[in-house]
Design a protein around this ligand. Structure first.
Ligand code: FES
Length: 142
């Protein structure tokens, strides 16, 4: 079957295919989620520690990044959570399980588990979030 015959069977003329106002180009907007903490202290999420995705937090020294927050379990087994963006220039910090500090790989700032600056160049503490463990549910909130 030729293309014209196929469209004729469908009741569509070639002109209808050329004029197709319902067809739109790709949009420049994105629906991708941007993991940043909301302004105004509304951050509030819960991690189920029984799920494989959160298993890093079942070990002392483990950590994970979620919604712009680094959640870590210190060498002493305490859960802590701080904003992941370094206060110097915004690089995502990492939890160093050996030193039990948050480390910025960009310029070397270090922060204590309470977010305070251990050494710069950063001069401002990381925002700290509240953490509450109930069973296997770890709630992180402002
Ligand atoms: S961006 Fe973190 S120390 Fe510069």
């Amino acid at each position: 079957m030729k293309r014209n015959e196929f469209f004729a069977v469908l009741g569509i003329s070639a002109g209808a295919l050329i004029y197709a106002p319902f067809l739109t180009s790709c949009s420049k907007s994105s629906t991708m989620d941007t993991p940043t903490p909301p302004a105004g202290g509304a951050l509030d999420f819960t991690l189920d520690l029984s799920l494989p995705a959160n298993s890093a937090l079942n070990t002392n020294g483990g950590s994970l990044l979620k919604s712009g927050v680094i959640v870590a379990r210190t060498s002493g087994g305490t859960y802590v959570a701080v904003a992941s963006a370094c206060t110097h220039q915004g690089t995502t910090v990492e939890f160093n399980s050996t030193s039990s500090q948050f480390h910025c790989p960009n310029h070397g700032s270090n922060f204590g588990t309470n977010g305070s600056v251990v050494n710069g160049p950063a001069t401002t503490a990381l925002k700290m979030y509240n953490v509450t463990l109930t069973g296997t549910s770890l709630r992180v909130y402002a």
